[in-house]
Design a protein around this ligand. Structure first.
Ligand SMILES: *Cc1c(COP(=O)(O)O)cnc(C)c1O
Length: 391
């Protein structure tokens, strides 16, 4: 065969729903030499990573570490460890990723009840209370940052509510961690999962998880073995805990990446990081609205890190996103499920939540919209964003 040429990665600005651009310091950390997965130097890096992860999750949970796979494996880890065949579970379903929770919980053999909201809306506490009262489930699953709709589901009071009914709270924080507040202990979350490639600005490949002591006790009381050997927390904790028993070969370079990514998060400070995401979102939102675009998520519950807007009538989804990518090097996301072809998703996550991303994507989008026939005043998006930054 004739070999391909030298690897030549085009210049991109990843402003979709993830992966978002990795921080340059993360990429540099990954270029370090490998260590063995039981080398004392690597074990120390594991400890440092888990300790910073607890800080990022705002938890003291001992059972906190990254699973060696992407965010979906985090979802699967939480559900497969907590649920046994016949267990009752409620999934709050208002988007693409909560649908996946239903799918995964069903495969665990659980008896799944869904409560639903139209895409883009969030659940009220009273609606969840009613369902808990009616079903009395073992666990309730909810997505904090629904990436398919850009909705920010409030979950501050949800843990307390679930515990009134002796129910475990499982939270999808895949697009939340590193962008908006996630307070595992204060909010009484029992199992939570995230990913490396969105708010933490690392490559895809790790899924941070954390289990409360209550969840850990539930796992230890299981009557049956966890169906998945690879994701069994009782086995994994023997590797991440004091025993250091070989389970699988850890993705060494990805651990370097996550360690650096978390260090960057904590150097900035969680509060500062959340405020930065909000500030850049406010500017982007002003610009998008000036371009005549409408958010899909209900007012007051829009995620700063994921801006989902309806594609204007008559504008071609694929052609516009292709132009953004090929002419401007910018990737934004298309719609998922019910929103396919109808919605664009613009991410400002972690390292990419900055004014240069805001101005770049607005300037490019404006030109793409105009060439697609939309009526847009030249410069209006950028001007509105600039004004928002000055306020
Ligand atoms: C991205 C995402 C996932 C899936 O994560 P992968 O890393 O793609 O496996 C799950 N839930 C939500 C809310 C997401 O945004």
């Amino acid at each position: 065969m004739s070999l391909p040429g030298q690897l030549n990665i085009p210049n991109r600005l990843l402003l979709g729903p993830g992966p978002s651009d990795a921080h340059p310091r993360v990429l540099a950390a990954m270029a370090n030499p490998l260590l063995g997965h039981l080398d004392p130097a690597y074990l120390e890096i594991m400890n440092e990573t888990a300790a910073m992860l607890r800080e990022a999750f705002q938890t003291k949970n001992p059972l906190t570490f990254p699973i060696s796979a992407t965010g979906m494996a985090g979802m699967e880890t939480c559900l497969v460890n907590l649920l046994e065949a016949g267990d009752k579970v409620i999934i709050c379903q208002a988007g693409f990723f909560s649908l996946r929770m239903v799918e995964v919980a069903t495969r665990c053999g659980a008896e799944v009840t869904t409560i639903t909201k139209p895409w883009g809306q969030v659940f009220e506490l009273s609606e969840i209370r009613e369902a808990l009262q009616r079903i009395r489930p073992k666990a309730l699953g909810i997505v904090q940052a629904e990436t398919s709709t850009g909705s920010w589901q409030p979950i501050e009071e949800l843990g307390k509510l679930c515990h009134e009914f002796d129910c475990l709270l499982v939270v999808d924080a895949v697009t939340a961690l590193g962008c908006i507040p996630v307070k595992v202990d204060e909010w009484e979350i029992d199992a939570i999962y995230s990913c490396s490639q969105k708010g933490l600005s690392c490559p895809p490949g790790l899924a941070p998880v954390s289990f409360s002591p209550r969840a850990e006790a539930t796992i230890s009381k299981r009557k049956t073995k966890v169906q998945s050997w690879y994701l069994d927390m009782t086995l994994l904790k023997q590797y991440w805990g004091a025993e250091r028993a070989y389970h699988h070969t850890a993705p060494i370079s990805m651990t370097y990446a996550l360690r650096e990514g978390l260090k960057i998060v904590l150097e900035e400070g969680l509060e500062n990081r959340w405020a930065r995401h909000l500030k850049n979102h406010t500017a982007l939102k002003a610009g998008l609205i000036a371009l005549g675009l409408h958010y899909t998520a209900q007012d007051g519950h829009q995620l700063p890190q994921l801006n989902a807007v309806r594609i204007p009538d008559g504008v071609d989804d694929m052609a516009t996103r292709k132009k953004l990518l090929m002419e401007f090097g910018i990737e934004v996301g298309g719609g998922l499920g019910d929103f396919k072809g109808k919605v664009w998703r613009i991410g400002l996550m972690g390292y990419n939540s900055k004014s240069s991303s805001v101005f770049t994507v607005l300037a490019a989008l404006e030109q793409c919209l105009r060439s697609a026939g939309a009526k847009v005043t030249p410069g209006s998006g950028v001007a509105a964003a600039e004004l928002a930054y000055q306020r």
